[in-house]
Design a binder for this molecule. Sequence first.
Ligand code: ADP
Length: 478
Amino acid sequence: MKLLYVASECAPFVKTGGLADVIGAVPKSLAGIGADVRVMLPAYSALAPLVKIGKSLKTYKDLFGGKARLISVKSEGMDLLLLDAPHLFDRPGSLYIDADGEDWDDNHLRFGALSYVAAEVAQGALKDWQPDLVHAHDWQAGLVPAYLKQSGRAAPPVVMTIHNIAFQGVFPASTLSELKLSKALFTPDGIEYWGKVSFLKAGLALSDKITTVSPSYSNELLTPEFGMGMEGLLKARQGDLSGILNGIDTEVWDPENDPALPASYSSRALKNKAKSKKAVQKRFGLSGSDGPLFCVISRLTTQKGLDLLVECLPGLVGRGGQLAVLGTGDKAFQKTFKDAAEQYSGAVGTIIGYDEALSHLLQGGADAILIPSRFEPCGLTQLYGLRYGTIPVVARTGGLADTVIDANEAALVADCATGLQFNPVTTVMLDVAIGRACTLFDTPNVWQKMMRRAMRHPVGWESSALAYHELYSSLIET
Ligand code: ADP
C-alpha cells in the first residue's frame, strides 16, 4: 500500500504542536505493517540541510510566484518529499507567523502550493512512485482534493484528518485565481465558506473520508459548540466521519530510556522519578518541597483553559502544591504566568519558550500534569503524562475524555483509575480536581498504584495504525 501524507509539520524536523508528533509517528507504525509512506512537507529554512543532501525529483519554473523543486530524502527512518520553494518557505519566524506574531500574508499561496504539488504527485507526476491514497492533514493540506477534482483526471482516494477544527484556513474569495482554482468549485458544497475560501472546508467537502483524532471529538464536532461553523457539513457527512485516537511514539517518550532525565525509572522502579523532580524544582526556581508538583506544557491560548488555572493558584499553593509552567503563546498569558512566578516565588515557576528537552524533563519530574482545555481534539501531553507516571488532571472533553480514567470511587475500587477528570470546565471544578489530586497524593500507596497503572496504560500507535490501515484498505479496494 503506497500512501502520500501531506502535512505542514513533522517531528523531529519541524514542530509547533501535536500535529508534528502524529506525522512523525504514524508513518513509522504503518511501515511496520507493510505500508510505503512518503511524507510531503514544506522545506522551511530549518530543513535546508536535508534539502542539500536530497535528490531533486521535479522542478517548477514558476510555482505560485517563484522557482521550486520537489526533493526526496530519507531521514530519521522516514521517506520525505520536501517542497523546496524558497520564495514561500525560506524565511525567519515561525512556520505560520512572522516575528510580530501575525500570519504570513501569503499563507494561502504557501499551503496552496503544498496541496497543488501533492495533487500532482497523487496523479502520477513522479516517474517511479504513485500513491494508492493521499492522507491530507489539517487545513494546510485541505486543497489536495480540490486540485484533484478540478483536474478531471483519475485520482486516488483522499482521507482528510482534522487535528484541530479551530484552524480553518479562511482567505478572501479573490485568492481563487492566485491559487489557480476554478470558480466552479466556489460553491457552498465545495470550497466556499460564507463568501470566502476555506481550505479546511475544501478538504471536508471533497475528500472521500474524514477522520479526527479521538472518538469523543468526532461526536463533539457535530455540535455548534465544537464544530465551529463546520458542524452542518460534518453532520451531512457523518457516515464518512470517524475518530481514531492518537497515540505517541513510545521510543521517543520512554522514562526507561530518556536522555533528558537525570536517571531512568519504570513502573517497577519509581524511585528515580524523585531525581527528575529535584531537577525540575531547580530549573524552575522552586523550593525543594515534598508537596505535589503540578506542571503545564502547552501553547498558552484560551483553548487550553489556562485562565482558569490562574484563578486556582491560591488553592493550589495553599494546599502545599507547586506549579511549573513551560509554554509560549498569547502575550497576555505569558505575562500572567511570569507575574504568578513572582507572586508565588518558590511555589510557581514559569519558563516562556519552546523547549523539547525541558518538556521531557517536566514529564519526568512532575507528579501531575494539568490540562484544563475548553476543547481538546486528542491532546498528547496527557499521554506523555501517563507514560511517565505523571498523573493527568484533565477537562473531560475530546481525547482527554477518551484517554484518562477518572479516579472516582468506582474506578478506585475497581483498580483502574489513571488520572482525574473534571467537568464542566470551570474554575470551581478545576479547583475541586486539584484538591482531589492533592488528597490522593497524600495517600502514597493509592497515588503510586495509580502511577503504575498509568504507566502501563497502552498509549502507543499499534491499534490506531491498524485502524488507519483498515480505513485505507477499504477505500483502495473500492
Ligand atoms: P496542541 O497540538 O493543541 O498544541 P497537543 O497536546 O496535541 O496540543 O500537542 C502539543 C505538543 O507540543 C506536545 O508534544 C507538547 O509536549 C508540545 N509542547 C507544547 N508546548 C511546548 C513547549 N513550550 N515546549 C516544548 N514542547 C511543547
